[in-house]
Design a protein around this ligand. Structure first.
Ligand code: PXL
Length: 241
């Protein structure tokens, strides 16, 4: 299940997540936290959904599907973050949190500074978070300029993490139970990066649902997104299973 915003251009958000779930061979469901008006280059506006109605969507899907893994994307407000944390506990869900705050195109995906609220309510109840460098700085309070900083930041983050290296020479920092591994990827020259974070966390979640362990789910998802960026078609690939 994806709990995220709708990007009508479908490179990011719930629509992209569902395409990635499909590519990895997993049936996906999608809970909408907010509608947005945007395309890959320009963000126009946000129309949030009320927490009560988000809860109703979650309950109605859970009523007939036995869901174990979820990913979260745009959660927009402290109220929505608290609601999602409550539902994770209520349904005993394993959650991968993409702590999105700002869209690649520069649009605000959150009402206010939500790092504190995520640290307090969401991350302690989640199995993984996938911040980029600037999100990891906000979650950890550590300025990240190199690999050592990223490792330090990962130790401060309130659950296992993959700090993505698109803005750090392709150095991805994985911290699972305090064990660090570095996955370096070649950087690709492109302006077609809209939604890569969404597709990455969705692919990790889908690989988990297919019984891969956390580490293998992360490395397979990194390969999936890399191929998508290289070919300009993330979300439309058929993933390696
Ligand atoms: O990639 C972050 C993100 C998440 N969710 C929605 C988005 C974006 C980026 O544009 O639009 C709905």
């Amino acid at each position: 299940m994806s709990i995220a915003g709708v990007d009508p251009s479908a490179g990011a958000g719930v629509f992209a997540d569902l395409k990635t779930f499909q590519a990895v061979g997993v049936y996906g469901t999608g809970i909408v936290t907010a509608l947005t008006a945007q395309n890959p280059y320009k963000f126009f506006s946000t129309h949030p959904i009320s927490p009560n109605y988000i809860e109703e969507q979650i309950d109605s899907v859970m009523d007939s599907y036995d869901i174990k893994f979820i990913k979260t994307g745009m959660l927009y407000s402290p109220e929505i973050i608290k609601l999602v944390s409550k539902k994770i506990k209520q349904y005993d869900l394993k959650a991968v949190v993409d702590p999105v705050m700002v869209a690649t195109s520069g649009g605000d995906l959150t009402k206010e500074d939500i790092a504190k609220v995520m640290n307090k309510y969401l991350l302690p109840n989640s199995i993984l978070t996938t911040p980029n460098i600037s999100e990891a700085e906000k979650l950890s309070g550590i300025k990240i300029s190199n690999k050592e900083d990223a490792i330090e930041a990962s130790k401060k983050i309130k659950c296992d993490s993959l700090i993505t290296g698109g803005h750090l020479d392709g150095i991805n920092t994985i911290n699972i139970d305090g064990e660090i591994s570095i996955q370096k990827q070649e950087l690709i020259e492109t302006d077609n990066l809209h939604g890569t974070g969404c597709n990455l966390s969705a692919a990790i979640t889908a690989y988990l649902a297919k019984n891969n362990d956390l580490y293998n789910s992360i490395t397979k998802a990194l390969d999936y997104v890399y191929e998508g960026i290289k070919n300009g078609n993330h979300g439309t690939l058929i993933a390696k299973l």
